[in-house]
Design a protein around this ligand. Structure first.
Ligand SMILES: *Cc1c(COP(=O)(O)O)cnc(C)c1O
Length: 441
């Protein structure tokens, strides 16, 4: 069972009172950095300066040397240039590292930039990674379209099977990568079980050949699940989704152990893709402080909507980790816990419509198209984790990059629908569904 990290938080994050809850921490944070004191601002300021005045040549030279050596984090460099380090983004990174329970956080312009960086520092040409067979569409494309060009091989297997994991690890494997819950099908991977396998492998490996577990925690957010506590080495996020929360800005984050910090900073410096401070600011000021409130509301609504869908004759199957009949119920209850220990199954629902011919899903299209045109509370759009309830057909949209036969293999059915529940009332969402199903009959 996930432990209460309220008290752990004050051990990880300096200068906050012992026992501080995550809710209070995300509102009050530490609105200054060791490099720039902002503590008299109630709202952390939005810095907007590409370059920084240096007092003398020696200071600038030292900063660049520290970056080039990958040791920037050890020496607390002074600010030189936005892409290297910058205070508003730095405050966001500080809070995210504390929240996830990692040693550091480096923020990127998008989730995909963060995923590319996390895997980019771990993998060299000739290496391999093992990943779950169902992945966010662009991650799937990164692994299958781009990595072969770099001579990096991705073994895509069903990581719900620990035997499949064991069999797919070779001497060349450097990373195990997965989402949990998986986008869009919401199955789960047992992080503790994966860690036990990886520990066995690492015992026999040299220090510089260690195998790392990287978890995309976008669906759950650290409010609902903290993979590092469960055994992951690195967590990646799309901040564009629930953490940002309002659908106004894109962002990504890599959170991990000290030994990778210098490399991830160097990667960001040289590949670019740093999070703009103008986008870090709303995530820090609006997104994080309201995340627990939004998610609590979204989870109550998600349960009601999932229960409604479960009882509807036009729905063949509903997957929501909070439902009693969720196939991996015990694992969900172990992994998905808020920092105070409550069961937090998130705000994502997946369902399949009843069809005569599932390969040509007529009902699905009628329902989704009616929603697109006429629903008041639901919007046909990709992305997730906003105030508005968003609905999409993953096979045709977010996961279109996955070849059709691989989609079927990965459980992304043509008649599937993914819903990201917003903060509207459950009754209003259900009323829209009622009408959508009625006209499709
Ligand atoms: C959206 C998403 C991403 C990519 O994030 P961007 O910010 O759009 O680049 C990665 N993983 C998951 C699970 C996502 O839902």
């Amino acid at each position: 069972m996930s432990k209460n990290t309220g008290s752990d938080l004050s051990k990880r994050v300096r200068n906050i009172p012992q026992g501080t809850s995550v809710e209070s921490f995300l509102i009050h944070g530490r609105h200054f950095t060791e490099k720039w004191d902002f503590r008299h601002h109630i709202i952390p300021p939005q810095s907007s300066s590409v370059t920084y005045r240096l007092d003398k040549t020696e200071r600038g030279a030292r900063g660049f040397q520290e970056y080039a050596s990958g040791d920037a984090h050890k020496n607390k460099p002074i600010y030189i240039y936005d892409r290297l380090d910058e205070p508003t983004r730095g405050m966001l990174e500080d809070e995210l590292a504390g929240f996830e329970g990692g040693d550091f956080c480096v923020a990127f312009s998008t989730g995909m930039a963060a995923i590319s960086a996390a895997l980019g520092v771990l993998l060299n040409s000739g290496d391999e990674l093992v990943a779950h067979k169902t992945l966010y569409g662009c991650t799937y494309s990164l692994l299958t379209n781009w990595y072969p060009r770099l001579n990096i091989k991705a073994n895509l297997v069903d990581l719900r099977s620990i035997d499949a994991l064991k069999e797919s690890i070779t001497d060349k494997t450097r990373a195990v990568y997965f989402e949990s819950p998986v986008n869009p099908t919401l199955e789960m991977i047992d992080i503790e079980a994966v860690r036990r396998v990886v520990d066995e492998v690492n015992k026999k490996r040299a220090e510089d050949r260690q195998l790392y577990i990287v978890v995309d925690n976008t669906f759950a957010t650290p409010f609902c699940q903290r993979p590092i506590e469960l055994g992951a080495h690195v967590v990646v996020h799309s901040l564009t989704k629930n953490i940002g929360g309002y659908g106004t800005d894109m962002g990504g984050a890599v959170i991990g152990p000290h030994d990778l910090e210098g490399q991830v900073l160097l990667y960001r410096k040289d590949f670019g893709g740093a999070l703009a401070p103008k986008s870090a600011w709303p995530i820090l000021v609006y997104g994080l402080p309201t995340l627990p409130l939004r998610l609590k509301r979204q989870m109550e609504t998600s349960y009601e909507v999932a229960r409604y869908l479960e009882g509807h004759p036009m729905v063949a199957r509903v997957v929501y980790p909070g439902l009693e009949n969720y196939p991996q119920r015990a694992l969900a209850k172990k992994q998905m816990r808020s920092p105070d220990g409550s069961f937090t199954p998130g705000n994502m629902i997946y369902f399949e419509t009843v069809e005569e011919n599932a390969a040509e899903p007529e009902n699905n299209i009628k329902v989704v198209d009616w929603i697109a045109k006429h629903a008041y509370t639901m919007t046909l759009a990709v992305s997730l984790g906003q105030l508005r309830t968003l609905i999409e057909n993953p096979g045709a949209m977010t996961h279109a990059a996955v070849p059709a036969e691989k989609r079927i293999e990965g459980g992304i059915a043509p008649n599937g629908v993914r819903i990201s529940i917003g903060v509207e009332s459950a009754e209003d969402i259900i009323r829209d569904f009622e009408k959508a199903f009625e006209q499709a009959k």
